[in-house]
Design a protein around this ligand. Structure first.
Ligand SMILES: [Zn+2]
Length: 328
């Protein structure tokens, strides 16, 4: 749709898509997990490393646009932060390691269901975040002389060109450690093979940035559901783990008939915006043809909205990392 390109942000997103697919000519087609080759298009391939194949490509797709001057550094950072926001607000990210999300891609990723958000993480966004953190780690450890690019070049030269094959995870880790100059077991244990909370300040501080959660200490009021409205019917399509709807027993596929006696259509959010924590709602749902009324007390719940801010007085080291990373 060519009219979309009149909007600069949407045009930038389109360029990101193009550069994503183009980057796959290297990362996946040539630089690849050993399990993926030789390519077999008839059978499923299981690998725990799609966070590298898709995640690193997701990182580089926007990064290349920034480096080519097609999008600004601010826009690039916004895109990185939107990855963080989407991952940090996904309950499944707190329970599923990204290596497992990768391994299960064949049975899960392209077959999402109503509980996906609660049980799965996304190896595109999470992988892009991990790529960024490793980039910052390498730039900082090498005092601005190396970056993630150097790791990609080693993987290309050594495994694709010289050995004519992909790399194992142990080999990937070894090459990374050679460049960083230290053991990276902790990174793999915490962020790849388990779902531990990411220590963002440790990484962003290296480049003179601080990640602020604008919603820290604030709470949202809502039901914690996703809905879709079709033919005048509003149906619950997902229930957020530990949200109010989850606690009071609203289910996926329940049709919302009325709240406090009012017919609910697409104006659900508008209706809820006038409510506050502690209010009791009487929710009438149609569950498989049976009408049920559920009393629900609105509770505040936490979500995150991050913003990246430059530290006021960056050190020379931080400036050097920032320059290498963002080129200005
Ligand atoms: Zn891709």
């Amino acid at each position: 749709n060519r009219s979309l390109y009149k909007n600069e942000i949407q045009y930038g997103n389109f360029l990101g898509l193009v550069s994503h697919e183009y980057f796959h000519l290297w990362n996946v087609k040539r630089i690849r997990p050993i399990e993926l080759g030789p390519f077999d298009y008839d059978n499923e391939n299981y690998t725990t490393m799609l966070w590298i194949s898709e995640g690193f490509t997701s990182y580089y797709d926007d990064y290349i646009c920034q480096r080519a001057g097609l999008i600004s550094s601010d826009r690039f950072l916004d895109l990185m932060v939107s990855n963080i926001n989407s991952i940090e607000n996904m309950p499944g990210n707190k329970v599923q390691p990204v290596s497992e999300a990768s391994f299960d891609a064949w049975i899960k990723y392209y077959r999402t269901n109503e509980n996906t958000h609660n049980t799965n993480t996304n190896y595109y966004s999470k992988g892009a975040i991990l790529a960024m953190l490793l980039d910052l780690e390498i730039i900082s450890a090498s005092k601005g002389t190396k970056s993630l690019d150097d790791l990609m070049r080693v993987l290309y030269q050594k495994y694709y060109k010289k050995l004519g094959r992909g790399f194992s995870e142990a080999e990937f880790q070894k090459e990374l450690e050679n460049i960083v100059g230290k053991k990276m077991d902790g990174f793999f244990r915490q962020y790849v093979h388990s779902a531990e909370a990411i220590d963002y300040p440790y990484y962003f501080e290296k480049a003179g940035f601080k990640l602020n959660n604008l919603k820290l200490g604030k709470k949202d009021v809502g039901l914690g559901i996703g809905t879709s409205t079709k033919d005048g019917k509003t149906v619950i399509t997902s229930v957020l783990r530990n949200g109010p709807a989850w606690k009071y027993g609203l289910n996926v596929n329940d049709e919302l008939e009325a709240i406090d006696g009012y017919k609910i259509a697409s104006d659900l959010n508008q209706f809820l915006s006038a409510k506050q924590a502690g209010d009791t709602l009487k929710i009438m749902v149609n569950r498989d043809g049976f009408l049920r009324e559920i009393s629900l007390i609105l509770e505040p719940y936490s979500s995150s909205s991050f913003r990246l801010e430059a530290l006021p007085n960056p050190t020379d080291e931080q400036m050097a990392v920032m320059r290498k990373w963002l080129g200005n």
